[in-house]
Design a protein around this ligand. Sequence first.
Ligand SMILES: Cc1cc2nc3c(=O)[nH]c(=O)nc-3n(C[C@H](O)[C@H](O)[C@H](O)COP(=O)(O)OP(=O)(O)OC[C@H]3O[C@@H](n4cnc5c(N)ncnc54)[C@H](O)[C@@H]3O)c2cc1C
Length: 416
Amino acid sequence: MNTPKVPHIVIIGAGFGGLQAARKLAKAPVEITIIDRHNYHLFQPLLYQVAIAGLVPSQIAYPLRTIFRRQKNINFQMGEVSSIDFNSHYIKANGSIIGYDYLILAVGGQTNFFGMSTVENNSFQLKNVDSAVETRNHLLSMLEEASREVDVEKRRALLTFVVVGGGPTGVETAGALAELIIHVMAKDYPYMDLNDVRVLLLEAAPSVMMTYPNELRKATHDLLRSKNVEIMENTKLVDYDGRKVTLADETHINTHTLIWTAGVRSAEITDRLGVQQAASGRVRVEPTLQLPAHPEVFVIGDAAYVENGGGHPLPMLATVAQQQAKAAARNIQKIIKGGQPEPFHYKDPGLLATIGRNAAVARIWGLSFSGFIAWVIWVVLHIYRLIGFRNRILVFINWAWDYFFYENQVRLITKE
Ligand SMILES: Cc1cc2nc3c(=O)[nH]c(=O)nc-3n(C[C@H](O)[C@H](O)[C@H](O)COP(=O)(O)OP(=O)(O)OC[C@H]3O[C@@H](n4cnc5c(N)ncnc54)[C@H](O)[C@@H]3O)c2cc1C
């Protein structure tokens, strides 16, 4: 007797959204194929820690085959999805064709340089393991070069670090970079004049952390200033040639380092799908997360444009991707059983960002915290959210070591 064919669900992307969807469908009578261009799941919120020599990539990334080892209804394929045929229900990845009954598109986002090719070509970004390691190598090399540079102006340019984008990633990076220099590098380079070091945080809007409540914006400001980060608000960058930042008011900042955290857009593949796109290239979906005219296709996470009342799009956050993943998995199961999909509603779990040692800002259950308590919440939550017990232990030990001994463990320049 033939066993009845179970529905085949293809998930593209094993980031926060894709992984959560796969887990949610673990016990469902379906067959899942999950595809990602990498063979690991990456915990992007801690990428900046790799860039500032605090963690190694393997502590924030976890092999997908290990994650899915015990899940019986899933097959992982490493590959780059190049196209999707929505009418014939198949995708193409690395030359092979994979058919689907349901598709979950969870391809995430990529850095948005808003068409500024000089900035794209000359700056550093924090989007994947390679870019974070490249940033770490560069930052450490700048200190090495500065230590042997006798010309004062050239040394200052080597020791000027510009972070663009006053959102959580820029704030976290600037704060952690300032601490790396104040606490750690001061010991490694005892003869270097730290007065030559500048960490600047540029933000085009009137304030850093624009999406945070007033009291937390102010707290962020104060905490950054206490770490000697120079905050430049209402400041728009228009060009960067690798040596000189040009601002909209035509003033310049001489620097060899620009870290761009000022924009995210949906992953490049979404531009090639012939679907309706909204701001930042995100794919417009129905409130149920289904693609209009293709109810068997769900788009979730950074790649999806969904409004949460008041005409505002949901932010590109891991929490949004994970909640949408659960909703998409639920809706697919409802449809399989002959039911109707339900609209997605985001439950905001709050806001949290760290600004270095003992310093963070948080808004949880309607209450704002800043300083040490917020920092403890941040540490506990991030260790808890990491995948793999070993990674949790290693990150905890690393952070405890850094905390007590003022040492960033990974001060290795590994480029050729
Ligand atoms: C530096 C940084 C810090 C962040 N900090 C926070 C934070 O503190 N809190 C928070 O909530 N959010 C944070 N975010 C945002 C959060 O990481 C994203 O919102 C979240 O990852 C979105 O989940 P996703 O599943 O949509 O995409 P992702 O997690 O990006 O996953 C997308 C996956 O799709 C794969 N993929 C893409 N295109 C293809 C293709 N064509 N073929 C095959 N595979 C493909 C990618 O390899 C990737 O694994 C941060 C992001 C960054 C970059």
